[in-house]
Design a protein around this ligand. Structure first.
Ligand code: G6P
Length: 388
């Protein structure tokens, strides 16, 4: 039976360890071998041209962890492909949708394909668009899910199956990575179609060379994850005792790693019952800094890129308030700033969430396991919430 823990203590830990395989399958399925002299597409996705053609705007509806994947996705769709993209909590969207926009692709992200709020929000969007005569407003719905036979799949015309295999742990891990990878595929496919297109005189996306370089780096992901999961499993296990009396943790990240800070905080809340907040590092001074003292650890995701120096100086400010500082950052001279470093290789910033999520998962897993909690079945939570 698929639901076998093998030698792992919990399903969540087993599923964290399955992520290199999730990535390897994605690479094998969606990154075609480059043949010298032949024009191969950068990515191969099992999606009809209708998903891509003439799309001018994207809106993404999701709940919980799936919404964090959507936020990384929106960053990629905007920065890589140049398509204005908004992310909504499905439960908010269904009662207060934005005014209708033309040429819009609506994406529903739900691992289970059964989350009531996400399905209802998608149904509402489909319905209101069907009532408009102008074909520019016709409904175009894409579902990203791990369950190709779900209610979601029956509702929408297009499905991206992340194919991560059954996930038993209530806290999503490998399906989150699968959703992230679906968005990397989708945004690369959009970006490739838009290479050379210009909007208002400026190029809206990336050049083909830049996209090719990202794809080449993505091929390294399975090996990088293999090493990272093994290494961080050890490191986080030996760190867990430091959090015995902890009641609050702040997670900071910026740019494409801001949603990873949100996901780190959500994971910790879900399985360890420690209060945690994810914040964009630049906003710390507008509130959370008031909470900081020696009793409130700060996890700072600081990956080289556009705002590296800024994130490091935010971390410095936290340290000045006596906070215990845990860095998710590459080995570099600046890394001495951290009390504890969970080292992550310095990949292209755009790809870094695929790696920085690993310490988030393992840190919360080991803190909860160390507390003796039921990691796979946290109190009050369900794997999928099929009621409003
Ligand atoms: C529940 C689970 C979360 C999950 C959310 C959305 O709240 O406990 O882990 O992220 O539902 O689930 P979905 O199946 O729509 O991705």
């Amino acid at each position: 039976h698929v639901a076998d823990k093998r030698s792992f203590r919990h399903f969540m830990l087993k599923e964290i360890h399955e992520q290199p395989e999730t990535a390897a399958l994605w690479v094998a399925r969606h990154l075609p071998e480059v043949v010298e002299g032949e024009a191969t597409p950068l990515v191969a996705l099992p999606l009809a041209a209708e998903v891509f053609e003439g799309v001018e705007r994207i809106q993404i509806l999701a709940c919980g962890t799936s919404r964090h994947a959507a936020q990384v996705g929106a960053y990629l769709l905007e920065q890589l492909a140049g398509i204005p993209t908004s992310v909504f909590y499905a439960s908010e969207f269904r009662y207060a949708p934005p005014p209708l926009s033309p040429h819009t692709l609506t994406i529903g992200v739900t691992q289970s394909g059964e989350t009531a709020d996400t399905l209802a929000a998608l149904a509402m969007e489909q319905e209101r668009r069907r009532l408009v005569a102008d074909p520019a407003y016709r409904p175009r719905l894409l579902g990203i899910t791990n369950r190709a036979e779900s209610s979601l799949a029956r509702m929408v015309d297009h499905i991206f199956d992340i194919g991560a295999g059954i996930e038993v742990g209530v806290a999503a891990t490998k399906t989150f990575l699968g959703q992230l990878l679906a968005f990397y595929g989708l945004s690369l496919a959009f970006a490739e179609r838009r290479v050379g297109q210009r909007q208002g005189g400026v190029s809206s996306g990336r050049s083909r060379e830049e996209l090719k370089a990202l794809v080449a780096q993505l091929r390294q992901l399975p090996q990088q994850l293999e090493a990272l999961v093994a290494d961080h499993d050890q490191r986080c296990a030996s760190l867990a005792h430091r959090f015995e009396g902890t009641q609050d943790v702040i997670f900071l990240g910026r740019g494409i790693n801001y949603p990873i800070a949100l996901e780190g905080a959500l994971k910790l809340k879900e399985i360890s019952y420690i209060h945690a907040e994810g914040y964009p590092a630049g906003e710390m001074k507008h509130g959370p800094i008031a909470l900081l003292d020696a009793k409130v650890p700060v996890v700072s995701i600081a990956m080289p890129g556009a705002v590296f120096d800024k994130v490091l100086s935010n971390a410095q400010e936290a340290k000045a308030r006596d906070a215990q500082l845990i860095g998710v950052a590459p080995e570099c001279p600046d890394a001495e700033l951290f009390d504890v470093l969970l080292p992550v290789p310095a990949v292209d910033e755009l790809l870094s969430p695929l790696l920085t999520v690993i310490p988030m998962q393992l840190l919360s897993y080991h803190i909860a396991a160390h507390r003796g909690l039921d990691v796979d079945q946290p109190r009050n939570l369900a794997k999928s919430v099929t009621v409003e």
